[in-house]
Design a protein around this ligand. Structure first.
Ligand SMILES: [Zn+2]
Length: 485
């Protein structure tokens, strides 16, 4: 994610799901499902899955007891009435013996749930959907759940970033947000530790475009409705899913055998946004020369104009940019930032939100690399300027442990970027760029932690780096100027 200029608003995330966990309202329904004898589950102990994935920063995000492999999300949305009708089918594997399991779903009304084709009981507890299948799910076994739902989607309030989730706009809708947004338009295991592949079908009134993640898979019109199909074949964290519905200037193409699909809202005049987005391939190829192979099967970007979206987000294979980034003219810095996340954040995802600097520090550093490549300031100069002028407030916040209230604060970005440069100075260019490439290659399509990054950096460089990372990631003062080790 990149924030638009000016001071970042710092506040406490007003996350409904988080508050629910605090007041204990998210307890799953513990009613035992009626089992018909003889049952394949007889004699085993079955229990409800946890209502959270166990992230210390966001205890209610995600759920326990299963691992989703694939989502098929089909939604129909009518901007005139702001009504969404959806059917989401997910293919998952139980990781515990489950009598019930939770999905995250904010608002909307669930009409029916089936598990492996059999009707399942379902209850709601705030933003949790509790599903009780007719028979228990055995650990290690696959299952398929289908949920039908509808209603007026509601955004999730977030004091730090503004509203996130499904937003009704003047010409359609935008579904976007970090650290959560997906649960406003489909039932989901909403934590980056459970990545899955996706097929997305978005049906909208004829004449509107519906852009989503991954490769375009065609569209068809029946009557007054057009269905747009997209698929993302690489595992994707749920907060990286997006839909943008409206009127767009669309450009398509192909690069290295992969589809390119970019869209700029017609609410802004043709110019800087279009020119900047058109450089997506050039920027991606430059980053590929540094980070290793581009990790996904499609390229692109979407420019939106809505006052509630004051940021850009690295939605997988197709970042979404606020038009505000291009108000002063062409801006490829933000493109470099969001494209860098395709490697660091999207392909290599967080295991827990505390490690957000791994995403933002590396993406900020990519902006500095791109600026040097594009003939602007050198990386060394950028570092020196930041090191000299960054406020003491930033030095007081450790980017490796920023707290929920500073998850997207300046320390995570600026000091995160400076941490990456301190590593480069310490280990030298050859080892440094090898660390970046090895990190992307070894964790491709996976999840990773700060401790794993430090261990990999030590392994690749052959140097002991604990003191460096302790000072840069966890200290509450400005670290000493970096020197070669
Ligand atoms: Zn970012």
């Amino acid at each position: 994610m990149a924030r638009r200029g000016g001071r970042r608003r710092i506040g406490v995330l007003a996350c409904g799901a988080l508050l629910l966990a605090g007041c204990g309202a998210a307890e799953p329904d513990r009613a035992t499902p009626a089992l018909t004898a003889p049952s394949p589950t007889a004699g085993r102990s079955f229990a409800p899955g946890a209502p959270g994935a166990g992230d210390p920063y966001f205890p209610s995000y995600g759920n326990g007891g299963y691992d989703v492999a694939h989502y098929t999300v089909k939604v129909r949305y009518d901007p005139a009435t702001d009504r969404l009708t959806g059917t989401t089918t997910l293919r998952a594997t139980a990781t515990a013996n489950l009598s019930a399991f939770n999905l995250d779903l904010a608002g909307l009304t669930v009409r029916s749930v089936t598990v492996d084709g059999a009707k399942a009981a379902h209850t709601r507890a705030g933003d949790e959907l509790v599903v009780t299948p007719a028979t228990g799910l055995t650990s290690g076994n696959g299952f398929v759940a289908e949920i039908r739902y509808d209603g007026r989607p509601a955004a999730l309030d977030n004091d730090v970033l503004g509203e996130a989730g499904w937003l009704h706009t003047t010409d359609g809708a935008i579904a976007l947000g970090q650290p959560e947004s997906a649960s406003t338009w489909y039932p989901v295991n909403d934590h980056p530790s459970d990545k899955a592949t996706y097929d997305l079908e978005i049906t909208v009134p004829k004449g509107l475009t519906a852009v989503s993640n991954g490769a375009p898979k065609g569209r068809s019109t029946t009557g007054d409705w057009t269905t747009w199909r997209w698929s993302e074949d690489a595992p994707m964290a749920s907060y990286l899913t997006t839909v943008a519905i409206g009127k767009f200037r669309v450009t398509t193409g192909e690069h290295k055998g992969r589809p390119v699909y970019s869209a700029v809202t017609t609410q802004v005049a043709e110019g800087a946004p279009d020119r900047s987005i058109a450089r997506t391939i050039e920027v991606a190829d430059y980053l590929e020369s540094i980070f290793g192979p581009y990790p996904f099967d499609a390229y692109g970007g979407v420019v939106v104009a809505d006052d509630r979206i004051r940021y850009a987000l690295e939605t997988q294979s197709r970042p979404v940019y606020s038009a505000g980034f291009f108000r002063q003219g062409d801006n490829t810095g933000v493109i470099a930032h969001e494209l860098a996340h395709q490697w660091y954040g999207d392909s290599v995802s967080l295991q827990r939100w505390q490690d957000i600097w791994l995403n933002e520090g590396l993406a900020t550093y990519a902006e500095w690399l791109w600026a040097e490549h594009d003939g602007e300031s050198t990386v060394q100069h950028t570092f020196e300027q930041k090191y000299a002028t960054t406020s003491s407030q930033v030095w007081r916040i450790p980017p490796g442990k920023p707290g929920v209230e500073n998850l997207f604060g300046r320390s995570v970005y600026e000091r995160g970027g400076m941490t990456v440069h301190a590593l480069r100075v310490a280990v030298g260019d050859s080892a440094f760029f090898s660390i970046l490439r090895t990190w992307a290659a070894e964790n491709k399509n996976g999840n990773a932690t700060t401790d794993e990054f430090v261990a990999l950096a030590e392994r690749v460089s052959g140097k002991k780096l604990d003191k460096l990372f302790d000072a840069w990631l966890y200290g509450t003062d400005r670290p000493a100027e970096p020197k070669p080790l």
